[in-house]
Design a protein around this ligand. Structure first.
Ligand code: NAI
Length: 254
């Protein structure tokens, strides 16, 4: 079923050239929104998405792209903060420079984009910001100390911004995906000693027995971004195949 519930609204999606961001940008457009994709390299994008080159790690770049998107569309109603980078390791493994870089992109990147969009969001009557957290926001996974610290901060930041701007009519929510089969995971698998076994292990870790699809995360983001969620703010929606909330006994051997 397709609807045009987002007709007349304008959206900015960071990290929208790949994976979850691309699935989200495409779905928002399908549902009637005009969509600006802000990415390091938005070149491969197809109509109707409009690409703007931007690095969420650089304030001037983000401001220029957000303002250009607002000018193109005559405003901004929806912001999806999806751009993010990975880090693998325990607290002993990542040098300070990497801590600075990952926190800068994954956390301060959201600050920069939202800050640039706020003057435009204040003029919207359906203003909504959706941030992308992760299963590691709420669940301890091995080898993810830095990445988890960044995604935990995304959720706290979401709650704080939701409180700050609720009386201006701007909603803030986050979506916490489980492991999603995107180019990101493709890179992780390619680096594994045994990619087939690693894929099987990632599938098996989900109570549903398979990785989440990018379009399933996009559907949750689109809901939170839409006027149907007008009373939803300061929440975290898990799209994780039950990974954060369920405890299953091992399957009985036949
Ligand atoms: P992806 O690697 O397929 O796409 C990420 C996009 O962000 C790319 O287009 C990349 O160019 C862009 N990007 C990276 N750094 C940027 C920067 N500084 N400025 C602008 N754009 C930048 O990754 P995927 O899997 O779609 O992940 C998207 C988000 O979802 C990330 O925030 C990630 O942490 C989160 N996530 C992913 C999960 C997964 O299993 N794939 C699970 C939970 C959360």
């Amino acid at each position: 079923m397709t609807t045009d519930d987002l007709a007349g609204l304008a959206a900015v999606v960071t990290g929208g050239a790949s994976g979850i961001g691309l699935a989200t940008a495409s779905l928002l457009a399908e549902r009637g929104a005009r969509v600006a994709v802000l990415d390091l390299d938005p070149a491969p994008l197809k109509e109707p998405l409009t690409g703007f080159t931007a690095d969420v790690g650089a304030d001037a770049s983000v401001r220029a792209a957000v303002d250009a998107a607002a000018e193109t569309f005559g405003g901004i109603d929806i912001v999806v903060n999806c751009a993010g980078i990975s880090a693998v390791g325990t607290v002993e493994d990542n040098p300070d420079e990497q801590w600075s870089r990952v926190l800068d992109v994954n956390v301060v990147g959201i600050v920069r984009t939202t800050r640039a969009a706020l003057p435009h969001l204040r003029r919207s009557s359906h203003a909504s910001v959706v941030n992308i957290g992760s299963i590691v926001t709420t669940t301890g996974l091995p080898q993810r100390a830095l990445y988890a610290a960044s995604k935990g901060a995304v959720m706290s930041l979401t709650l704080s911004m939701a409180a700050d701007h609720v009386r201006e009519g701007i909603r803030f929510n986050c979506v916490n995906p489980g492991t999603v089969d995107t180019p990101w995971i493709g890179r992780l698998l390619a680096a594994a000693e045994d990619p087939v076994a690693e894929r099987a292990a990632l599938n098996a870790r989900q109570p549903t027995g398979r990785m989440v699809r990018a379009d399933e995360v996009a559907a949750a983001i689109a809901y939170l971004a839409s006027p149907a969620a007008a009373s939803v703010t300061g929440t975290a929606l898990a799209v994780d195949g039950g990974m954060a909330g369920l405890r299953l006994r091992p399957e009985a051997k036949p």
